[in-house]
Design a protein around this ligand. Structure first.
Ligand code: ARG
Length: 466
């Protein structure tokens, strides 16, 4: 491919080069198209860094004021969409520095990068950006959990089948199912707090890799940028992308949880189940079949978990064989990370919308409860009379078999004589077993289906989000 003109003065690193850059290489190398979303973090990092330079006497007060004035103008340009990108603006760092030179003169702007490298600069920008995005997501996740808890409280009376292997297993409360998903998400919330802690440490003042030659006050910089700590090794500071991996893992796990929740709801919304109805706001129709109402919101929530994890896996592969400190491979962190952040945030908001607007059909849930789901309760009945569980499990199985083989509609329809023929320890009170509400209310131990136990779960969840 043809080369462009001789190396330009517009390149920050132009001095050492004599050949021109292949135009495709320019494109291949450039990250501005996607890293410009960090413009505010980049400008803020420079604002604080230059203040630290001034404290060292490397900038005068007047120069610093000029720089800060220029940075504000650049911020306004980005914010109102008037920033003009120029050829040679390789990334957000070079673009901002180039523009600063145009606005306040290269003489002063040329001092900004003293002791700093794009290596500690980009690591700083990324951490600031991720911290702020994750903090917004944290609020959204709290709101989602709150919606689930509210629903669970107001719909605590509703019973439904609980499933294992997607086969009817035992009756549970709908609120218990809701609380299951809130429990996973509450763990995600706690996990997120820890991720943010590790994201929020300062690399700035580490230079390209070897540290700062003028003894810059890294603590001052970290405090001003509201970091909670400092990365204590300059080599690590410029190359550590574990925070990117962790952020994407966190997002992948959240989407995994939302995918499971969605999968249940998709099943529950089918005509065959009919447990719930999705609001129109989160459904779409078919272009061919007029009667269709499809749960696209839930299918996308389920599908996007693959995308989020794919980004994580891809970046892990980029990262795994890089030599120590900065290598350009690290630039590959941005597109997957930014996509992951947006996808996770949107998904949480969509899930909140879906869960706050869907309609439950309690009659359908109730109708799906069948007496065989109380076979375990029947076994427990004899356990309460002193029979070992292994034996009662077998006896209860015989009752299920007898009902099936005599074409009786359920184990509650067998007569006392039939029960006594299976085991003489059955008495008249056996029929009290066949009550779904009573079954659910028997499970009072922590984490169970009894109303008191579910309310306790909800209280705990509320503590976690408060
Ligand atoms: N755009 C680069 C990145 O995202 C900035 C750091 C460039 N550093 C370098 N030594 N070329 O990683």
């Amino acid at each position: 491919m043809a080369s462009t003109d001789a190396p330009t003065e517009t390149k920050l690193w132009g001095g050492r080069f004599t050949g021109a850059t292949d135009p495709l290489m320019e494109l291949y190398n450039a990250s501005l198209p996607y890293d410009k979303k960090m413009y505010a973090a980049d400008l803020e990092g420079t604002r604080v860094y230059t203040s630290a330079l001034e404290k060292l006497g490397l900038l005068t007060k007047e120069e610093l004021a000029e720089i800060h004035r220029g940075l504000e103008l650049i911020h306004a340009e980005w914010a109102n969409g008037t920033f003009v990108e120029k050829p040679g603006d390789e990334d957000i760092h070079t673009a901002n520095e180039r523009r600063l030179g145009e606005l306040i003169g290269k003489g002063i702007a040329g001092k900004v990068h003293t002791g700093r490298s794009r290596n500690d600069q980009v690591a700083t920008d990324m951490r600031l950006y991720v911290r702020d995005e994750l903090t917004k997501t944290q609020t959204q996740l709290r709101a989602l959990i709150q919606v689930i808890v509210n629903r669970a409280r107001s719909e605590i009376e509703i019973l439904m089948p609980g499933y294992t292997h997607l086969q009817r297993a035992q009756p549970i409360r709908w609120a218990h199912w809701l609380s299951l998903h809130a429990t996973f998400l509450a763990n995600d919330l706690k996990r997120l707090e820890q991720v943010i802690e590790r994201v929020n440490v300062s690399p700035l003042g580490s230079g390209a890799l070897a540290g700062h030659p003028y003894g810059i006050d890294r603590e001052y910089i970290a405090n001003e940028l509201k970091f909670d700590g400092i990365i204590g090794n300059s080599l690590a500071a410029v190359s550590d992308r574990d925070f990117v991996v962790e952020t994407m893992f966190w997002g992948s796990l959240v989407l995994n949880h939302l995918a499971k929740l969605s999968e249940d709801l998709i099943i529950y919304s089918t005509a065959e189940f009919g447990f719930i109805k999705l609001a129109d706001a989160y459904s779409t129709g078919s272009s061919l079949m007029p009667q269709k109402k499809n749960p696209d919101s839930l299918e996308l929530l389920r599908g996007k978990s693959g995308r989020a994890f794919g980004h994580l896996a891809g970046f892990m592969m980029s990262l795994k064989a890089t030599p120590s400190t900065y290598n350009k491979d690290l630039q590959e962190d941005k597109e997957p990370l930014f996509d992951n952040l947006v996808t996770v945030s949107h998904s949480i908001q969509i899930a909140t919308g879906v869960l706050s607007t869907l309609k439950v059909i309690p009659e359908k849930m109730q109708a799906a409860l069948t007496m065989d789901m109380l076979a375990t309760d029947l076994a427990d009945y004899l356990v309460r009379k002193g029979v070992p569980f292994r034996e009662t499990h077998h006896i209860s199985g015989e009752a299920v078999h007898l009902a099936e083989s005599t074409n009786v509609s359920g184990i509650d329809q067998l007569t006392l004589e039939q029960y006594k023929s299976i085991d003489s320890r059955f008495e008249e009170d056996v029929f009290k077993v066949f009550d779904f509400e009573a079954s659910v209310e028997r499970r009072t131990a922590i984490g169970g289906t009894a109303k008191s136990a579910v309310l306790a779960q909800l209280e705990n969840l509320e503590k976690i989000i408060s």
